[in-house]
Design a protein. Structure first.
Length: 146
């Protein structure tokens, strides 16, 4: 995947401390985000039903928008940025105003075992489960190589 824009953003955070050569975008999506998203979908469906709207397309579109919005707001986004002989885990800024911050620094090569998945894979880093898109497989492989 072309990750130049991700590398530029991570380099802005890292600054003069080193040169970012690779970036993988990962997410932490807790179970509460999934449950809240489903609750929002069902809530919209019930409200629309009470209002007499029974068009499945409208209910699906509005319910899906509610589900996606709630899940996105509860999902934490991170970069794994390769800087020299280490990998920095950066938590990205949120729309609520929380700034970007360095979460932890891992030795390079990082030791993760991705799971199998059709579009999204998961991995465990320091006993925490994260998900990432298959589009970043090559970038993750380069962070795993020494």
């Amino acid at each position: 995947m072309k990750s130049e824009k991700f590398i530029r953003r991570a380099q802005t955070f890292v600054g003069d401390a080193g040169t970012v050569d690779q970036v993988v975008v990962i997410q932490k999506r807790p179970l509460s985000a999934i449950i809240a998203g489903l609750g929002a979908f069902i809530g919209i469906a019930v409200i629309l039903n009470l209002l007499g709207v029974s068009n499945m397309l409208v209910v699906g579109a509005l319910g899906g928008a509610a589900l996606g919005g709630v899940m996105a707001s509860l999902t934490e986004n991170y970069y794994l940025a390769g800087v020299g002989d280490e990998v920095q885990m950066l938590q990205l800024a949120s729309w609520t105003g929380r700034p970007e911050r360095l979460v932890k620094t891992l030795p390079r090569p990082i030791d993760v075992t991705p799971s199998r998945g059709l579009l999204v894979k998961s991995m465990v880093i320091d006993d925490e489960k994260f998900i990432f898109s298959k589009l970043f497989e090559d970038e993750l492989a380069s962070l795993q190589d020494s």
